[in-house]
Design a protein around this ligand. Structure first.
Ligand code: ZN
Length: 289
């Protein structure tokens, strides 16, 4: 189980998928194998030898100032989904978070960076034919702007994931709609990175002089650090998403902030450094501040 220590904050990664499934190529159609192979630092972690994107769906368990947070809740089990790899999954997420010291009853906050089906799945689980909140003692923090968008048109081309993974949390009274910037603890802050979704959030961690940021889907793959202009067809507002991504790369280049990419394959994190006239993700060494 992969962990990071950011000052006094501990982060544990719980992986639901990591593969070269076609969904990654659909996510970034401009990221063709020949173009990816020309970006040499992407190997071996982020593309395979044939230039296929490797990507991951995972949750991050964050311990901060006595509170337990789950950042993004993956795909979930038993969910009916149009994407075959996402349909009716049967994974061991609950056993794995318990083994990591996060039994579901102990979680204080659930944060969804945005309300898309690969980030809300474990918000609920199926009990006697009904979808119930997985984390009964948590406050679920959703972006107000994302909820307003999803509530208006809850049945998307990807199915009615609102009905099984978001609305049951609202109906149970466990959701809190937030507007960034929003401090979850003194060390963990939700900030606005709009474009991929209307109210998309990233998570900034600042503890005892150490810093990290959890991207959410402002980018889907490390190749977008070198090529921020490569966009996902799932961006709600493509020009805003592009501006957010370019600003993010600029702001996080050559600074000692660990960037944890929400869909980045193992090792899933690194530092953005300038190399020649473009940026790359350096996965081993922290740059000089
Ligand atoms: Zn996603």
């Amino acid at each position: 189980m992969q962990t990071w220590q950011i000052g006094e904050v501990r982060i544990t990664r719980i992986i639901e998928t990591e593969d070269t499934a076609m969904t990654a190529q659909i996510m970034l159609p401009e990221a063709r194998p020949d173009r990816l192979l020309a970006i040499d630092w992407l190997r071996p972690h982020f593309i395979d030898a044939r230039g296929n994107l490797i990507s991951s769906i995972f949750s991050l368990l964050v311990e901060s100032q006595g509170k337990r947070l789950v950042i993004d809740t993956c795909l979930g089990n038993d969910k009916p989904r149009a994407v075959p790899d996402w349909n009716e999954r049967q994974g061991r997420f609950l056993e794995e978070i318990a083994a990591a010291g996060f039994p579901r009853e102990s979680v204080d906050f659930v944060v969804c960076t945005h309300l898309h089906p690969d980030h809300v799945g474990w918000n609920t689980l199926l009990v006697d034919g009904a979808w119930v909140p997985t984390f009964p003692n948590a406050r679920y923090l959703f972006s107000q702007a994302d909820w307003d968008w999803l509530d208006q048109a809850p049945v998307t081309p990807l199915g009615d994931y609102c009905g099984d993974s978001v609305r049951p949390v609202m109906d149970a009274g466990l959701a809190q709609l937030i507007t960034p910037d929003y401090s979850v603890t003194g060390e963990v802050r939700l900030v606005s990175t709009p474009g991929h979704s209307p109210g998309h959030l990233s998570v900034e961690i600042n503890s005892a002089g150490s810093r990290a940021v959890i991207t959410g889907d402002l980018m889907h793959h490390p190749c977008q650090i070198a090529r921020p202009q490569w966009s996902s067809p799932f961006d709600f507002d493509p020009s805003k998403a592009l501006a957010t991504r370019q600003q993010f790369v600029t702001d996080h280049s050559d600074v000692p902030v660990l960037v944890i990419g929400t869909h980045f394959a193992t090792p899933a994190a690194g530092y953005i450094v300038t190399h020649g006239d473009e940026q790359r993700l350096q996965v081993d060494v922290e740059p000089e501040s």
